[in-house]
Design a protein around this ligand. Structure first.
Ligand SMILES: Cc1ncc(C[n+]2csc(CCOP(=O)(O)OP(=O)(O)O)c2C)c(N)n1
Length: 186
């Protein structure tokens, strides 16, 4: 299963009220085309989906905040995870689409094949992390996504996904338009 297919499944599970933050590059492009709606599709800088999601979750405690991030982005913003672990916002959900690549920029390897994300995150004190290899078995994806989104509490879902180094259509909106439309929903 590829990251885009996970996002496509997510589109059938989200009710439109959630605040979604997606990482720049292919993940945001896919989210823009598959989720639709005025979500925070980050363009440009890496490393920001978890820090922005954390801030949103704290500022909007009654809303479910969903971060969808590539592994490269997750690793670049890793220090914010220690604050997530410290605060444990109940309404924050993080889905890591781990293809072990910077697929957007041509498929260079990230370091993620050498890192056990679950152990790292458990080591931070978060026990609600689940890790699955979707390259071999995609049967439980719907249940895992529903569990992540609908069950209360901080949830981290780490999914190994297939290589998807493909050109995805860019987002036609300027970043300021994306931001302005998103802010209207807060
Ligand atoms: C700070 C910064 N460094 C590098 C880039 C170039 N860049 C854009 S997307 C991307 C890859 C992101 O990797 P990942 O989060 O794993 O997502 P994937 O591309 O695999 O979907 C890179 C290196 C950037 N936009 N910002």
């Amino acid at each position: 299963m590829k990251g885009a297919e996970v996002i496509s499944k997510l589109s059938t599970i989200l009710d439109g009220e959630e605040l979604v933050v997606s990482s720049n590059g292919n993940v945001s492009r896919q989210a823009y085309h598959l989720l639709q709606g005025d979500q925070f599709y980050i363009r440009g800088s890496m490393g920001l989906p978890v820090p922005i999601g954390l801030g949103l979750a704290l500022a909007q405690p009654r809303r479910t905040v969903l971060v969808i991030t590539g592994d490269g982005n997750f690793l670049m913003g890793l220090s914010a995870m220690t604050t997530v672990a410290y605060i444990k916002p109940d309404n924050l959900k993080i889905i890591i689409l781990d293809n072990e690549l910077y697929s957007t920029t041509g498929g260079q390897e990230t370091v993620s094949s050498a890192i056990d994300f679950s152990i790292m995150i458990i080591g931070m004190g978060i026990d609600s992390v689940k890790s699955f290899d979707m390259r071999d078995d995609e049967n439980l994806i719907t249940e895992m996504l529903k569990d992540t989104i609908h069950k209360p509490g901080l949830k981290i879902l780490h999914l190994k996904v297939e290589d998807d180094t493909i050109k995805v259509d860019d987002i036609p909106q300027h970043p300021t338009v994306i931001k302005d439309n998103f802010v209207k929903r807060l």
